[in-house]
Ligand binder design. Structure first.
Ligand SMILES: *Cc1c(COP(=O)(O)O)cnc(C)c1O
Length: 740
């Protein structure tokens, strides 16, 4: 990373240090045990190393769970003396020393995938902008798939050694904590995170002072403090508006993710984009590539243009050319509500001063966010400016690429649809974060010793076919038991919190049966995801669940956006099934879906169900996490599954078509879902050989792992971004991605 470019100082006002880590900074010299653990807790690297996670857990298993798996909070409660006692009792010394040494080796090693494949990025890192980052459940600055994808992206960039820094926002209350009331209706709790309990410190400017950036609006300045978090080798910078100098309402600007109105939204995006680019400059970081993960950060491109004009004396047109060549833009959804649009007045209020500096008119600025520059009735769209300010754009699955080229074809009126310069790079997941320890042990035993260094290569995974089927099945079943214990614990706790009778709480402790085919469904309750599709015919699903020879049980989890009443109704319908004797004990809704709940679900289910209305699921990633742990996907041929399913590595719902009428599509898909379950999934699961093993099922598990795990890993994804976007953008070469 280049530290040579000195920042412009005009908009940088250092603030007094307020870093939560100051108190402990003397301990991070790490010649003592406490200091070493503190160092481990302050790099999120620990979260994808189970042996390190286990150290924190073993130090105090009860507090570990109560504190939401937060090692900083755990250590802050402990004195070095108490830790020394615990370490003595548990013989933790060698484990701590070993983990500490491995972290140091990791941080200093220079032999990485990127050192041979992305040398051109060298001194100029990729600046990866995202409105949310889902890294671990203890850091609540994400809401769902987009954030978890960004978290997985930076973890894989770290693993591959791709020089990259992340830029995001610090949300002091995160998204929201979900609970269901007595009627099964979703309520939302907003809890203030104690920042001193996060592995975060004030980012320092080139004078060693805590950094605050200022962003001009027509209505005064906005200030944001910059925090730094270490995610392996990657630095993640988070902007936080809760600082002196801001008006009271602006101090709360970044407190919630996806909360507030249009004005909150544009101000957050101004801070993320423009503030983010300013922060990089002030930190002395000179990116070679700007990657805009979704349109939220697209205003940043205008600040890059401004810097080129200010520093290099370029004209606006030349600066746009140059900055666009260095910018990659990823669009994430075909759902219209997923594309932020702002009225001209809000754009002028917030971008006006920057527009003055760029020397362009109001109409010229608005044109950057309009498909048709001359249409004064068009609102300003962040996706449109994302496309216009980049020369390298992609969707997140093959099908989403096709849909996006059609959707945005009018932006390139002289091109045929398949010539529209939007390619695709299919999403993937960070293997080490989502793989259960038990499965990892199995792979370690049977795979080539270097498999963890070749996650994105098909060869690394082929040895799954040599594993003894009984061993694979046993491993899966132990994970399924873990899941069921987890659901029972959560479910009974939910009942207790609602003040239900002792009988109900006790019954909740015994729901679900580990021998029964278990289907999981966990995701946002956006209506297009049709969480209730399985309940289109109540008699038919009751018959499947209650079947005495071949029963089925269901675990649901997911949040609806606070303003999404229909989504909340879906949750209520499903949660209240527990009052229906036909479903009681066979259906569980687990509240407060987050990375922790997701991890339990995807590691333990037999089948992961996904039935969105095609083609609205741009990619989906939770099913990819299931693959790693031996679960099978049963899904509509949409998003990633459309390119993943090969007939023998899971199950398909429907035939990859949809009708123009949603009603007809839903009816057809429901029928196909029931048929797939009745004719394929259930018989395959319950057909056992003389050893009691479902051998055709196990064959599918092996096929799923060998054909999908490498392809849908985020290592493969980041390697693709590097080869198809970053190295071109860093070289200043227009890298239009084309796929037909
Ligand atoms: C992986 C993940 C998602 C994304 O899952 P989809 O399949 O895209 O719905 C959402 N939320 C959490 C907490 C996740 O871990």
């Amino acid at each position: 990373m280049s530290q040579t470019e000195l920042p412009p100082t005009e908009s940088v006002s250092p603030r007094p240090p307020a870093g939560p880590s100051d108190f402990f900074s003397e301990l991070s010299h790490a010649d003592d045990l406490y200091g070493k653990l503190w160092t481990l807790a302050n790099n999120l690297w620990w979260s994808w190393h189970p042996e390190c996670d286990a150290i924190f857990r073993d130090v105090d298993p009860i507090r570990w769970r109560q504190l939401g798996h937060n090692p900083v909070a755990l250590l802050r409660e402990m004195t070095p003396e108490r830790l020394a006692d615990r370490a003595g009792e548990l013989v933790l010394h060698s484990r701590i020393n070993y983990a500490y040494r491995r972290l140091q080796e990791y941080l200093t090693s220079s032999q990485t995938w990127a050192s041979t494949n992305a040398g051109v990025l060298g001194a100029k890192p990729v600046a990866y902008f995202s409105a949310e980052f889902g890294i671990h459940e203890s850091i609540p600055i994400y809401s769902g798939g987009l954030g978890v994808l960004a978290g997985d992206h930076i973890k894989s960039a770290s693993g591959l050694g791709v020089p990259l820094v992340g830029i995001g926002l610090y949300y002091s209350q995160g998204y929201f904590r979900q609970y269901l009331d007595e009627d099964g209706f979703q309520g939302e709790d907003y809890l203030e995170t104690k920042i001193e309990n996060l592995p975060i410190q004030a980012a320092l400017d080139s004078d060693g002072q805590p950094l605050t950036v200022a962003i001009d609006t027509r209505d005064g300045q906005l200030f944001a403090k910059v925090w730094l978090m270490h995610v392996g080798r990657v630095r993640l910078y988070l902007l936080d508006c809760n600082v002196d100098g801001n008006k009271p309402e602006d101090r709360e600007l970044t407190s919630r993710l996806y909360g507030g109105d249009e004005r909150t939204r544009i101000r957050q995006e101004l801070v993320l984009g423009v503030g983010g680019v300013k922060a990089l400059a002030a930190l002395g970081i000179d990116p070679g590539v700007y990657h805009l993960n979704e349109g939220h950060s697209a205003f940043g491109a205008l600040q890059v243009v401004r810097q080129l004009m200010d520093n290099d004396g370029m004209t606006f047109e030349d600066a746009v050319q140059l900055s666009a060549r260095a910018t990659c833009f990823t669009t994430h959804t075909p759902v219209p509500a997923g594309h932020d649009r702002f009225p001209p007045a809000l754009v002028e209020e917030h971008l006006g001063p920057l527009r003055d500096a760029l020397g362009i008119s109001q109409k010229e600025l608005l044109a950057l966010g309009r498909v048709d520059p001359d249409n004064d009735n068009e609102s300003f769209c962040m996706t449109v400016i994302g496309f216009k300010m980049s020369r390298c754009a992609n969707a997140v699955s093959s099908l989403h690429g096709v849909v996006s080229r059609r959707m945005w074809q009018s932006m390139w009126p002289d091109r045929a649809e398949n010539e529209v310069p939007i390619g695709h790079i299919t999403n993937g997941v960070h293997v080490a974060s989502w793989l259960a320890v038990q499965m990892q042990t199995l792979y370690d035993k049977h795979f080539h010793t270097d498999w963890k260094h070749r996650l994105q290569e098909p060869d690394a995974w082929q040895a799954i076919h040599d594993v003894d089927p009984g061993e694979l099945w046993e491993t899966h079943n132990s994970l399924k038991h873990n899941l069921i214990s987890f659901v029972r614990r959560r479910f009974s706790r939910q009942c207790r919190r609602r003040g239900e009778s002792d009988n109900v709480v006790e019954a909740a402790r015994h729901i679900l049966d580990p021998r029964v085919l278990t289907i999981g469904f966990g995701r946002r309750f956006a209506t297009y995801k049709r969480a209730n599709l399985l309940f289109s015919d109540m008699d038919r699903i009751a018959e499947l669940l209650g079947n005495s020879d071949r029963p089925v049980q269901l675990i649901y989890a997911g949040k609806a956006h606070p303003k999404d009443e229909p989504g909340k109704k879906f949750i209520q319908e499903i949660a209240n099934l527990r009052h229906d004797p036909r479903f009681a004990g066979r259906v569980a809704f687990v509240e407060d879906y987050d990375i922790n709940v997701c991890r339990h679900l995807i590691q333990g289910v037999d089948v992961w169900l996904n039935n969105p209305r095609r083609p609205l699921e741009a990619s989906g990633t939770s099913g990819q996490k299931v693959v790693l742990n031996g679960g099978l996907n049963c899904s509509i041929l949409d998003g990633w599954w459309g390119e993943a399913f090969n007939g023998g590595n899971g199950f398909a719902i429907g035939n990859g078509r949809s009708h123009v009428s949603d009603e007809i599509t839903d009816r057809r898909d429901a029928e196909s879902l029931y048929q797939t379950l009745e004719e394929q999934v259930i018989p395959c699961f319950y057909t056992r050989d003389s050893d009691g093993l479902p051998k055709f099922w196990i064959k599918r598990m092996m096929n799923s792992i060998s054909t999908l795990a490498w392809r849908f890993s985020s290592h493969r994804m980041v390697a693709d971004y590097t080869a198809k976007s970053y190295v071109w953008a860093a070289g200043g070469v227009t890298c239009e991605m084309r796929y037909r």
